[in-house]
Design a protein around this ligand. Structure first.
Ligand SMILES: Cc1ncc(COP(=O)(O)O)c(C=O)c1O
Length: 502
């Protein structure tokens, strides 16, 4: 099979070009590969005033094919970097009129690229990459490396900027990100935190929750949700989930409210929000604040409003595997309320309202500037990623409906599929068969929180929450990330179909 090489022509101004070019030309002549040049870059090189580069490009045209530039990169101002620098990224590779480039040759190091600063010595490596590119790579459960290649250039720039200014704690990137997050979510205040867990704890402390208080949540969630309730000294009170969407069963909510209930903390599990209109109505009737645990649902919407904008306080997580993930721990809090925002900010930073004045017991719950830089670098691809998640989730459902249980999108909702989670009675056997075929899976969550030893003291026994317990036995999450190709997804779905016992 012929390999496709996409060439970043900035490389040609290097001293050892001739030998490298000879390698390329020989391979092209022998029919081993096809070499492509982006048209915008060619135009820029020919008319950009660099005579040597112009001559080199002319000789390249003898054996390379020119491919259309993206509209944004068709420039006539001699700015050759536009098409072959920051913009010559993986999105461009996907868009070239072949099956995608097997190799990008560019002087800028990054994933999927070869950096030919010393091209002739690097040629064996180039060959190796070309040979390897024919073999399918293993299926990733979440492909962060692929995403990194998409944003590498901006990532390097953003991280270097932080290294240069050196404000590692509460640097300018924090305010930049918080402003952007608040506008995106559609609330007055966004404040970044050290993790989704810290966010939730800060929210509870801001509401002055402690011993003797109860907080209602679900038993089918990650441990953090209930952990923070216990951490502030309050008691988690669980309400079962509804099976189709895995979220809090609103019909059972009111019965769980007691005079001690001081907050309701529903979880927007797997990337979909529960019915917040109904939850807020019930909560308002009892004068109880609602906190959305939106750790998994950033980017989801309900009736046109974004997750983290529909409750008095909301929290999300930037854990690397989350829909919007940084390269470490991180989270954020959201509110419309100025007073709550001010108190949450204080608690996030040791309970201090201003320097050396601490009215509250706080914590060291700040987000790192470097992590904010990572999220800012990922931001330009975020909306596309959300769209890809919506599309891929819907396609999984189309391919798997009738084969196994599929996650239903509730009316008025969009789903970001932090996890694409199917259900099957023989979940463990399916997971084994999928693993044999190279399809990784995960179980979120194999045990409900009321079954965890740490919450044994709450007194819930087996059978207390039948839908949550059934879900814990049946759920299986499939590979899901915005860069999953249609081909791989089809393979996964077919493999699930073959693995399900009729
Ligand atoms: C539902 C839920 N809540 C809270 C958290 C806590 O977030 P973090 O890991 O950033 O502390 C997570 C993270 O896994 C989560 O999935």
């Amino acid at each position: 099979m012929k390999k496709h090489i996409l060439l970043d022509i900035r490389s040609l101004s290097l001293p050892d070009d001739k030998e490298w070019l000879r390698h390329l030309e020989t391979g092209a002549a022998a029919g081993e590969w096809l070499v492509y040049l982006p048209a915008g870059a060619v135009a820029a090189a020919l008319y950009g005033g660099d005579e040597t580069l112009g001559l080199q490009v002319r000789s390249l045209l003898n054996f390379c094919q020119v491919i259309p530039a993206r509209e944004s990169s068709l420039n006539h101002d001699g700015d050759k970097d536009r098409d072959c620098g920051t913009r010559l990224d993986d999105a461009y590779l996907q868009s070239i009129p072949v099956s995608g480039a097997d190799l990008l040759i560019t002087p800028r190091p990054g994933l999927h690229t070869i950096c030919p600063q010393a091209v002739a010595p690097a040629w064996p490596l180039i060959r190796q990459r070309l040979d390897a590119s024919g073999t399918p790579s293993p299926i990733a459960f979440i492909d962060l490396a692929r995403q990194q290649s998409e944003v590498m250039v901006l990532l390097e720039e953003r991280v270097h900027r932080v290294l240069q200014h050196g404000q590692y704690i509460m640097g300018p990137e924090i305010v930049e990100l918080e402003t952007l997050l608040a506008a995106y979510v559609g609330v007055r205040h966004a404040l970044t935190t050290a993790s989704g867990t810290d966010s939730l704890e800060i929210a509870l402390r801001t509401l002055d929750l402690g011993p003797g208080d109860e907080v209602i949540t679900v038993p089918f969630t990650w441990i953090s949700t209930a952990e923070v309730i216990a951490a502030v000294g309050a008691r988690p009170v669980f309400v079962d989930i509804e099976p189709a969407g895995f979220n809090l069963d609103v019909a059972q909510l009111e019965a769980a409210i007691s005079p001690r209930t001081k907050a309701i903390m529903p979880v927007s599990l797997f990337g979909q929000m529960p019915d917040y209109a109904a939850i807020n109505r019930i909560a308002a009737r009892h004068g109880i604040p609602v906190i959305e645990d939106g750790a998994q649902s950033f980017g989801a919407t309900q009736n046109g409003r974004r997750s983290c904008s529909v409750t008095g306080i909301a929290s999300t997580s930037f854990f690397p595997a989350k829909p919007l993930g940084c390269y470490g721990d991180g989270g954020a809090l959201f509110t419309q309320d100025d007073a709550l925002a001010a108190k949450m900010r204080a608690i996030r930073t040791h309970g201090g309202e201003k320097r050396h004045h601490h009215p509250y017991v706080g914590m060291n719950g700040r987000f790192d500037t470097l992590q904010a830089a990572v999220l800012l670098a990922k931001w330009p691809v975020w909306e596309n990623e959300v769209a890809a998640r919506n599309r891929l989730g819907a396609r999984y459902t189309e391919l798997l409906r009738g084969v196994c249980g599929v996650p239903e999108v509730m009316p008025g909702n969009t789903h970001v599929y932090a996890q694409y989670t199917i259900r099957a009675a023989d979940r463990d056997a399916i997971a084994v068969k999928l693993k044999e075929k190279g399809v990784p899976t995960a179980v979120y969550y194999p045990k409900c929180l009321h079954e965890q030893p740490v919450f044994a003291g709450l007194g819930y026994g087996p059978g207390s929450f039948p839908e949550s317990e059934k879900a814990a036995r049946e759920v299986l999450s499939l590979p899901m990330h915005p860069y999953l190709t249609d081909e791989t997804q089809l393979f996964i779905a077919q493999t699930v179909r073959e693995s399900v016992t009729p």
